[in-house]
Design a protein. Structure first.
Length: 235
C-alpha cells in the first residue's frame, strides 16, 4: 500500500493580493484529496510574506475541514476513477519520472547526481523557465502579471517577540543545570561513535534525547563526523 502526504504548493503563493492564496490553497487541497492522499498540509495565505499568523493558520486548517466535511469528496474512494484526462496525466508523470530515474542511475545514483550539481541544475532550470514564462505572459499568475490591482492589498503578518528568544535561551540553560551532565555527554558521545560506524543512528539519538541532550549538541556530534553540506553553485 502506498501512503503519502501532500503539502500544498507554497511556491505558487504570491505576495501580491495575498487573499487570492486562499483560493489557490483550496484548489490544491481538493486536488490532493482527489489524488487519494492520506495526510495533508495546507499552506497559509500569508506565507509569501512571513511565517503564518495564528488566524492564517486557522483558516488553512478550516480549508481542509471544509473539503473533508462539506464537499462530499471523501465519501468516494476514487472520485475521478476512470477519467481519461487523469489517466493520461498519470501515465505522463510515470513516464517522465522513469526517465529521470534512469538518468540519475546513469550518473551513478542520487548522491552522485547531487555532488555533480545535476539536481540543483534541474531545479534552477525549471525555476528559470517558469519565471520567463511569467514575464512573457505565457503563464498567467493572477495579481502578478494579469489582473493586477491598482491599490496594494496588505494582510497582517507575524512579528516574533524578541523576548521569546531570551526565554528559550533561559530554558536551555535551566535544562543543562538540572540534568546529569556526565550522562548527557556520554549519550552524545555514543551518537558520534555510532555515526562513525555507519550503524542505525536512531536508537542512540533517542537515548540522547531521553538523557536531555539538546538538538544542538546532537547535531554538533553529527557535524564532527559528517561535516556540513554546502550546496555547490550551478550555472
Amino acid at each position: 500500500m502506498l501512503r503519502f502526504h501532500v503539502q500544498t504548493a507554497g511556491s505558487s503563493l504570491t505576495a501580491q493580493q495575498p487573499e487570492n492564496n486562499i483560493v489557490r490553497v483550496a484548489i490544491q487541497a481538493l486536488a490532493a484529496v482527489l489524488g487519494g492522499c492520506q495526510s495533508l498540509h495546507t499552506n497559509a495565505l500569508d506565507e509569501a510574506l512571513a511565517l503564518p499568523t495564528e488566524d492564517a493558520a486557522l483558516l488553512a486548517l478550516r480549508t481542509q475541514q471544509i473539503v473533508a466535511h462539506e464537499t462530499g469528496v471523501t465519501n468516494t474512494v476514487d472520485p475521478v476513477g476512470g477519467s481519461y484526462a487523469i489517466e493520461k496525466l498519470t501515465d505522463e508523470i510515470e513516464s517522465r519520472a522513469k526517465a529521470y530515474i534512469q538518468k540519475i542511475d546513469a550518473l551513478g545514483g542520487m548522491l552522485r547526481a547531487i555532488e555533480t550539481g545535476y539536481v540543483q541544475g534541474e531545479i534552477q532550470k525549471a525555476a528559470y523557465e517558469y519565471q520567463r514564462a511569467i514575464e512573457r505572459g505565457e503563464q498567467i499568475v493572477v495579481g502578478v502579471n494579469q489582473f493586477v490591482a491598482e491599490k496594494g492589498m496588505s494582510v497582517p503578518t507575524l512579528r516574533i517577540d524578541p523576548a521569546l528568544e531570551r526565554a528559550q535561551i533561559e530554558r536551555v540553560r535551566a535544562l543543562r543545570a538540572r540534568r546529569n551532565s556526565a550522562q548527557a555527554a556520554a549519550a552524545v558521545a555514543a551518537v558520534e561513535a555510532r555515526a562513525r560506524t555507519g550503524e542505525n543512528l536512531m536508537p542512540a539519538i533517542a537515548a540522547a534525547v531521553e538523557d536531555f541532550a539538546t538538538v544542538g549538541e546532537i547535531s554538533d556530534a553529527l557535524r564532527r563526523v559528517f561535516g556540513e553540506y554546502t550546496e555547490s553553485v550551478v550555472l
